[in-house]
Structure formats: C-alpha cells, structure tokens
Design a protein around this ligand. Structure first.
Ligand code: C5P
Length: 407
C-alpha cells in the first residue's frame, strides 16, 4: 500500500462549496477528511447539490451548519456571504460543474456559493467534476482558462469510469490530491505576511517631443500577475508601473510613472523596508538626449536622434538594497538568451533572473501566456512551461521563496 503522509490543516478555516453533480457523494468523503485533518469546515451547497446529497450529510461530517440559501440565515443573518468569506482561509469548490464554472468565469452571483467566490479576495481552489464532453467543450475550456488567468487554482480532474457510462477525463480528483492542494494553498496564503514587496511593471516612455516617444510593447500583465500573487500570499505590495491599460488588483499600492527616471526615483523612495524586489518592467535603456517642448516639424529631410543612457534601476536597487532584500530581475532577449541572462545575473548582482524569449513581433511582450527559465547561482535553472502569466507568477514566487529559505 502506498504511504500517504497525514494532512495537517489544524487551525485553518475553509469554506467548501458543493456543486450539483454525482461527484457530490465523493465530496462528502473529502469534507470528512478535511475535518480529520483539523480544519474548521463550513459547507455551502447549491440547489442542485442538494438533489444528490442532503445538507444533513455535510452537517454531520463537518460538524457545522450547512449554508444553502442567500436569504435564509434566520436571526444570525449578517450579510451571509460577507461573514462567511471574512473568516475563511480559502474557498474550495468541490465537484465544480460546467454550470458553476461558467457562472464563476462571468461573475454571475445567483446563489450563495457563486456570490461568496465573487466576494472574496482569499485563494480559490477548484476541483471540477463532469462528463468528458462537457469538460472538453470549448465553452468550458475557455471558462477554465479565464479563471486560471485570474489566479483561481485547479486540482486536475482524474480519468476513469464516469457516471454517464463513458470512460474519460472528468472524475473528481482523488482525496489525497485535493487535500495536498488545499494544504499548499493555505500555506502560500500566509507565507509573505508582514513583508513588503516592491515590483516594477510595464513599459516606460521616453518623450522626444510632446507627441512622440520611444517605448516597447510591454503590457504590464506580468508585473500585475506578480503583484496579485504576492498580495495573495499576504504581502504588502507596491507596484511602480509605467503606462498600462490594466487595472491593478485591490489592496496593491500603485505608483504610476512615465519615464525611466521617474520609475527610478519612485523605486528608490519606496525601497526602504522592502524584503523582495522584482524588476519586471521593460525599462527603456535609452532616452533622447534632447527634448523639444514644441512638436518637431516635418521638413522632408531625415533626422538623427541622439540617445543617452537611462539609470539602471535594478542595478541601483541591488547595490543599495535594504538588509536581507532579495532582488529578482527579468531578461528579455532574442538570441543567446541564457548566456546573456547569466551575465546580467552576475553584473547586476541579482539573486535570480527570469529569462524571456522575445520572438519576432514582440513575443512575451503583451501576450497572455509566458514561457520562462529561472536562473540563479552558478548553475541553478528551472524551466517554466508555457502557461498564463498568473501561473508563471506563482511558479516564480515558489522558486523565490525556496531560494530565500536556503539563502
Ligand atoms: O539589462 P537589461 O535591461 O536587459 O535587464 C533587464 C532587467 O533589468 C529587468 O529586470 C528590468 O526591469 C531591469 N532594468 C532596470 N532598469 C533599466 C533597465 C532594465 O531596472 N534601465
């Protein structure tokens, strides 16, 4: 028999949503295991879930009242969904159906479970369960992707016999995998508590005249994904961001800048007390040596633009870092990418560098996905396969935390 270490969720509060699929009966086993692992479990059931298993089953297994109705909390009604999400460490949606996933992806809040997910900033973990065809449907796949991009975590469904008589993917993941994922999620949710994280993000603009500038296609998505992830792990996050059309996550302090010199000044101002600095901005290395207050007129002749170097923000951060501050940089390259990135790691005295390939047309710049290699020390290396930037951000923070622990 395979040895499975016992899970430890003592002192953790979990809000567990049960959806209306046949997997609801298996969710009863998961809730029981969560309680045995020491968690205080509060179950919410959708209407459809109650057609498969009664609330009484979950009440007995969780040893807590089961929530089924947004409007029926009786005398103790304290805006039920807000009260429930406030005290929980994480939200777990078990046996998520295609229907609930679609509602979550679109922000529909028509029952207590979907309302709680929409109302929370706590980590959300989903274990889906449905018929293979429903899982494969483009609509479901798009919804899964949307949720993943927003930072929702998933326990991969398993394969095997399905209640509909077919064999394929879509079974609820096994209990051990679900409990391990929950353990990881709640541990991560606290790991940067009390720490300050400073991130640079987006492009900079270097103006030639009031109507023209030098810049690059960076969207700021990678920096914001990192900010969201760091905040999700309990950090106090400040993002110094160049121009972007993206909205920063709640609870993140955003300092908006335009030029590299402004970014440099803002970073140096916010650096004291920083435990982790991540330079994800695509900072313009050069700026026009001269700026014209009035629009430069077209004369028919060519023009030569003289450029001068901008300050290297991350090199300055590295040289003047507060005690114990970990410094991570990015390296976007078109050729000899790992060799150049290793040079940057050494020259700027970084603790790790994230290598991005720039493909023709901009590549990782402005894209929804990213594929990176993380380099550290003399030969440390981790390849992160192509995934939404939120997933890459989580992998990077996992690696950074591991490096910090062993520093
Ligand atoms: O040398 P290179 O510009 O390729 O280094 C990339 C790394 O340095 C990124 O982390 C980027 O945010 C940072 N950088 C910076 N200030 C600059 C140029 C780059 O902080 N002027």
């Amino acid at each position: 028999m395979k040895f499975e270490p016992p899970h430890d969720l003592r002192g953790r509060t979990l809000l567990v949503g049960i959806c209306g699929g046949i997997a609801a009966y298996k969710c009863a086993g998961v809730v029981s295991a969560l309680r045995q692992a020491g968690a205080d479990v509060h179950v919410i059931m959708t209407d459809a879930a109650q057609r498969f298993v009664t609330p009484l089953t979950f009440q007995a297994l969780s040893n807590n009242p089961v929530h089924t109705d947004m409007f029926g909390e009786g005398t103790a009604w304290e805006i039920a969904h807000i009260g429930l999400v406030r005290k929980t460490d994480a939200l777990v949606v078990l046996g998520a159906t295609a229907n609930t996933l679609a509602k979550l992806a679109y922000g529909i809040a028509d029952n207590l479970l979907t309302t709680c997910v929409l109302a929370t900033r706590k980590p959300v973990l989903v274990a889906a369960a449905m018929n293979t065809q429903m899982l494969d449907a483009s609509a479901t796949q798009e919804n899964l992707r949307t949720l993943q991009e927003r930072g929702v975590l998933f326990v991969e469904p398993g394969s095997g016999f399905l209640a509909c008589g077919e064999t394929g993917e879509g079974r609820l993941a096994n209990e051990h995998d679900i409990l391990s994922a929950i353990e990881l999620v709640v541990r991560r949710a606290h790991e940067l508590e009390g720490e300050r994280v400073l991130i640079t993000s987006g492009p900079t603009r270097e103006f030639i005249d009031p109507s023209r500038f030098l810049s690059n296609p960076s969207s700021g998505l990678m920096g914001l994904a990192l900010a969201t992830e760091a905040r999700g792990r309990g950090a106090q996050v400040t993002v110094v961001s160049g121009p972007t059309s993206l909205r920063a996550p709640a609870d993140v302090t955003v300092v908006s800048v335009t030029t590299a010199r402004e970014m440099h000044a803002a970073v140096m101002e916010h650096l004291p007390g920083t435990a982790l600095f991540i330079g994800a901005a695509a900072v313009a290395d050069f700026r026009p040596a001269e700026y014209s207050d009035t629009k430069i007129k077209k004369s028919g002749a060519g023009r030569t633009l003289v450029l001068e170097p901008n300050p290297d923000i991350i090199a300055d951060v590295s040289a003047h870092r507060p005690p114990g501050c970990f410094v991570a940089g990015f390296a976007a390259e078109t050729d000899e990418i790992e060799r150049r990135a290793r040079e940057k790691l050494t020259a700027k005295r970084l603790d790790c560098v994230v290598v991005n390939r720039i493909d023709i047309g901009g590549g990782a710049f402005g894209a929804r996905d990213n594929e990176v290699t993380i380099l550290w020390g003399s030969d440390g290396r981790e390849a992160v396969t192509r995934a939404p930037k939120s997933v890459v951000a989580a992998a990077l923070l996992d690696r950074i935390q591991q490096l910090r622990r062993h520093a």
